[in-house]
Design a protein around this ligand. Structure first.
Ligand code: ATR
Length: 480
């Protein structure tokens, strides 16, 4: 770091809402911030509206922007993911010098980050793909930050990022994740986990509404209550706020006038796709992505509304008991969904050679981001107890928590099935749990079928080797 006080400590390229807010966050923390946007109006607007919040160095060309930075230069790109990011990286790299650091703070796909890091490193520059979570509010007041790239780049950049990140118990929600695309990979899985977390909350809501017959305002009260216990989290907190909201135009609960078609920007889908490629069953995240897709298939849903439901069961007799069962189902299902997400991170780390500290990751996610929750302290504790934990579910604490919820969880899935209420994540995470602990799976039969139609061979439980049955012949077994 130079002692040049007149130059900017860091620069931000792209001054839409996220970029402006993070630039303001740097400025408010006493850092001199260079700011540049392709169209200069945004730069001028930022200075006009917030120029008094700290020291900004506005630039109207990329060259002027680069020249205003102290060396090694640190430039944080906050533009649209995809071609725009590539364009800005190219412009910066042309204007920068060896040792300078380009940071992509957008939601880039980790494979793009791996490619970009390789290309930029070949030019003697550093490239850091940093996942930034927390939305507009987080960017301004303290996001969770997940930077990848080299340790050398982090040594220069880390203190700056840590200073503007959220803090929990004095610990910054920012730490070096691993080489090249590691930061964007874990940010992607974070978003996938967020999908699952939101969906289990949605399933709980629908059960309380349709099985227990409660009104949104009553359910808001239940979520507020849940937010004081194991489920204490930002998402549960805002769920209560949304459910308590009345629509000004109609006087109805807002949740009843919002079209029930969930949008997605794609990071949940990426998480599911990457999991398929890595062979990791993230059933909670996958079903959450599919549930959003199903909700958005409005024409199909309209055409299917008359499909028969079959004979439906009775609503639960003891409403209070059912509410508690739903809470337990939600908690257990959430634990499994997180366990699966951490499995994906483990698999990604193994595939790409990243040394990811999962306990540190849980620490980062405790603040700033959408999935922040008390629960993440428990995950951190689990990885502190055993950094090589084969699955979060196998940690003593979580094992006991799930065991405690299990009867309720089964009961809720049965009730939902009897009442025809879809609970894809509650049900699929339970099936996963039962699959994981099963003594025998029907995979033996599948291997038999594969051997029958394709001579794919099978292994035996009692001897080493691969075997094939001569299905079309005398059905004797041969060693393959
Ligand atoms: P938001 O969703 O918050 O609007 P975004 O769409 O992710 O943000 O990103 C918009 C930012 O990307 C803007 O700063 C935009 O610059 P302009 O204000 O000039 O449009 C920037 N951006 C998009 N494409 C770009 C490109 N090819 N080169 C440089 N900046 C670009």
């Amino acid at each position: 770091m130079t002692n040049d006080t007149s130059r900017a400590h860091i620069g931000v390229v792209g001054l839409a809402v996220m970029g402006s807010n993070i630039a303001r966050n740097f400025a408010r923390h006493g850092h001199v911030v260079a700011v540049y946007n392709r169209s200069p109006e945004k730069t001028r607007a930022l200075l006009a509206e917030h120029g008094d919040e700290g020291e900004f160095r506005p630039a109207e060309t990329i060259e002027e922007f680069v020249a205003s930075l102290e060396r090694p230069r640190r430039a944080l790109i906050m533009v649209q993911a995809g071609p725009a990011t590539d364009a800005v990286i190219g412009q910066l790299a042309d204007a920068m010098e060896p040792g300078d650091i380009i940071i992509d703070g957008g939601n880039s796909l980790y494979t793009d980050t791996i490619r970009r890091e390789r290309e930029i490193r070949a030019r003697g520059l550093h490239f850091v793909g940093a996942g930034i979570s927390g939305g507009e509010e987080g960017a301004l007041n303290g996001p969770a930050i997940m930077p990848g790239g080299t340790a050398e780049a982090y040594a220069s950049l880390g203190p700056l990022l840590e200073s503007v990140s959220a803090h929990v118990d004095g610990t910054p929600c920012c730490a070096h994740i691993g080489a090249d695309g590691a930061g964007h990979f874990v940010k992607m899985v974070h978003n996938g986990i967020e999908y699952a977390d939101m969906q289990v909350i949605g399933e709980a809501y629908q059960l309380l509404r349709d099985a227990a017959g409660l009104e949104p305002a009553e359910i808001a009260g239940i979520f507020r209550e849940w937010n004081t216990g194991d489920l204490d989290s930002y998402l549960v907190e805002i769920t209560a706020e949304v459910l308590a909201q009345t629509d000004a135009a109609t006087g109805r609960p807002l949740v009843d006038v919002i079209l029930d078609a969930a949008g997605q920007k794609g990071t949940g889908r990426w998480t599911a796709k990457a999991a398929l490629d890595l062979g990791i069953p993230v059933t909670g995240i996958g079903e959450a992505v599919f549930a959003r897709a199903l909700s958005s298939a409005l024409d199909q849903r309209a055409a299917a509304r008359e499909l028969p439901a079959g004979r439906l069961g009775e609503a639960p007799a003891d409403r209070d008991a059912f509410v508690e069962q739903v809470r337990r189902a939600l908690y257990a299902s959430k634990i499994v969904a997180y366990s699966q997400g951490f499995d994906e991170i483990n698999a990604g780390a193994a595939e790409y050679g990243w040394d990811i500290d999962r306990g540190a990751l849980a620490t980062i996610w405790r603040g700033g981001c959408i999935i922040r929750a008390r629960f993440l302290d428990r995950i951190k504790d689990a990885y502190d107890r055993d950094p090589a934990l084969p699955a979060l579910l196998l940690d003593d604490y979580f094992r006991a928590q799930v065991a405690d919820c299990l009867d309720a969880w089964r009961e809720v899935v049965v009730t939902a099935t009897r009442l025809g209420i879809p609970t894809p994540v509650f049900a699929s995470t339970l099936a996963y749990y039962d699959g994981l602990r099963a003594e025998r799976l029907p995979a033996a039969l599948i291997q038999g079928q594969r051997d029958y139609f394709g001579a794919h061979t099978y292994r035996r439980v009692d001897r080493e080797g691969s075997f094939h049955t001569l299905w079309g012949d005398d059905r004797s077994e041969v060693e393959a």
